[in-house]
Design a protein around this ligand. Structure first.
Ligand code: FCB
Length: 516
């Protein structure tokens, strides 16, 4: 993630209180008081005061390079991240994902933790070069076998696998053949998708094609702080974006053509809504407009992470935002006949990774204008401001514009977790953060936004890209030198939330909770 450090807005606390006061959520009785054990039994249907749908999926998310390790094992080929992380000065403290959480060897232990927490879904990504070491050609059976074992273990634990095909670890061999800048890439990606679908779709029904195209292109090719670390011209990186969309479309076709069972396919987009600075109708209208506006400064490094429509409209509406095409002028990508039809494939849900939003108000004549965050505003350890109402306005406006069910495919926060003297890991900030965001999501649900699920980023502390191991996002602590796992207090809290199908994400539940 390369998001700038400040992404938030003002009214978090007020918003939170008004939501919780008016919502059945806050009335929920807590199923635990700090000493309860997580139960492996999940019975959401028995919860009558839940604001979420009965079949709502509760899970956690992770990605291959960030957790697997085993970077050169069992025939895996190198990805751009394997190379990039070993270049001096690229990753904080010179760390790499060579071992990461050692999930490749410890997945069974981690699935046992997931089961204990009562997760009903786990989102993982498949490492393209583990499956196809050179990106194309003969599949590496040992690589496929790993994912097959993982899927079996998840299903045996009652956890739905949600498989992402691409979470940024481009096969190095394909990068050298032009990678995301060549129109061969969608075909290569489609062939890879077909291999994976043939191997896993008898058991995997939930699929995500590409993770966060906006962040991916931004980190890889605009700022260059992520692999492969290139700073391209605007025309080039917008071309890479177009090719990424084409790869998405081709992969959807490949999954559907090869799936053994009906597939539920989505696309995991990072979305940062603009948030109204006050409750006024004018500010709300300005924030809504700004959420999908595409001014030229959204296509340079500075405000890159404010643009939403460019990354969603082609996939769900079949065209780029007209304002963006006009603004980009000669830097707009070349669109060949049939491209937009390929990109706009029928999908089953819109996957949204929502961490925060931007504060906006109505300026002169109602024109949206940014509002700075007040001093001392709550921040995560990363420096990202805590803006729970992004989880209300985001899903609401996404649904309004795209008419798709919304699946929260990532949300979470890093905190400075460590092992306390009592041997446990207390992470009250994560509990508070997650409760606030879930209350906001519950409000969207109560207002009729169709929701598929919520996947917390992340299950485990992991390799946070250029930040190395310094940003801990997990509900399970990882002691990296030994790979030992310790479920944090938030894991216990989340288990109670899941058991109640979200009703326990209440104000009261945020009081101290700790493992016995
Ligand atoms: C998201 C990425 C994920 C992780 C989180 C913190 O943007 O998809 O890999 O870095 O941010």
């Amino acid at each position: 993630m390369t998001r700038p450090r400040s992404i938030s807005h003002d009214f978090t606390r007020r918003e939170f209180l008004s939501v919780s006061a008016g919502s059945a959520l806050s009335l929920a009785n807590l199923p635990f008081g700090g000493a309860a054990q997580p139960s492996p039994q999940i019975s959401p249907a028995s919860q009558t005061n839940s604001p979420f749908p009965r079949d709502f999926l509760w899970g956690a998310a992770a990605s291959a390079y960030q957790i697997e390790g085993a970077a050169r094992e069992d025939g895996k080929g190198p990805s751009v991240w394997d190379e990039f992380a070993h270049k001096p000065g690229k990753i904080l403290d010179g760390q790499t994902g060579d071992v990461a959480c050692d999930f490749y060897h410890r997945y069974a232990e981690d699935v046992a933790h997931m089961r204990e927490m009562g997760l009903t879904a786990f989102r993982f990504s498949i490492s393209w070069p583990r499956v196809l070491p050179s990106g194309t050609g003969r599949a590496n059976q040992k690589g496929l076998d790993f994912y097959s074992r993982l899927v079996d273990a998840l299903l045996a634990a009652g956890i739905a696998p949600v498989a992402t095909l691409f979470h940024w670890d481009t096969p190095l061999a394909l990068h050298h053949r032009g990678g995301w800048l060549t129109r061969d890439m969608p075909g290569w990606f489609s062939d890879y998708a077909a291999v994976v679908a043939r191997a896993l779709s008898d058991r995997v029904t939930h699929w995500l094609t590409i993770n966060e195209p906006r962040s991916f292109i931004g980190g890889a090719y605009v700022t260059g702080v992520q692999a492969p670390g290139e700073k391209l011209s605007r025309a080039e990186y917008m071309r890479a974006a177009h090719i990424t969309f084409l790869a998405h479309g081709r992969a959807v076709q490949a999954i559907r053509a090869n799936a053994h069972r009906p597939a539920q396919i989505g696309y995991a987009c990072d979305v940062s809504p603009s948030l109204p600075a006050t409750d006024s109708a004018a500010d709300t209208a300005a924030a809504r407009e700004s959420t999908f506006a595409s001014p030229l400064d959204h296509f340079s490094g500075v405000h890159w992470w404010r643009e939403n429509a460019w990354w969603l409209d082609p996939v769900f509406l079949g065209h780029y935002p007209a304002a963006a095409l006009t603004a980009l002028g000669k830097d707009a990508p070349e669109i060949l006949s049939g491209d937009m039809e390929t990109i706009r494939q029928p999908l089953d849900f819109l996957g949204a990774n929502i961490y925060g939003g931007w504060l906006v108000r109505a300026g002169a004549n109602g024109v949206p204008e940014p509002v700075p965050f007040p001093a001392g505003f709550p921040l995560t350890a990363f420096g990202w401001q805590v803006t729970p109402d992004a989880m209300y306005w985001g899903p609401k406006w996404l649904h309004e514009r795209y008419q798709m069910p919304i699946f929260i495919t990532e949300n979470g926060c890093s905190s400075r977790d460590s092992i306390s003297l009592d041997g446990k890991v207390h992470d009250p900030q994560r509990i508070d953060f997650t409760a606030r965001y879930l209350l906001a999501l519950a409000r969207a649900s109560a207002e009729g936004v169709p929701l598929r699920g919520y996947l917390h980023w992340s299950l485990l502390d992991n390799f946070e890209w250029q930040e190395g191991y310094t940003q801990r996002f997990g509900m399970i602590f990882v002691d990296f030198p030994t790979s030992r796992r310790i479920p944090k207090d938030s894991a216990l809290w989340y288990a109670a939330v899941i058991r109640s199908n979200g009703a326990a994400a209440s104000v009261a539940s945020v009081r101290a909770v700790s493992w016995p």
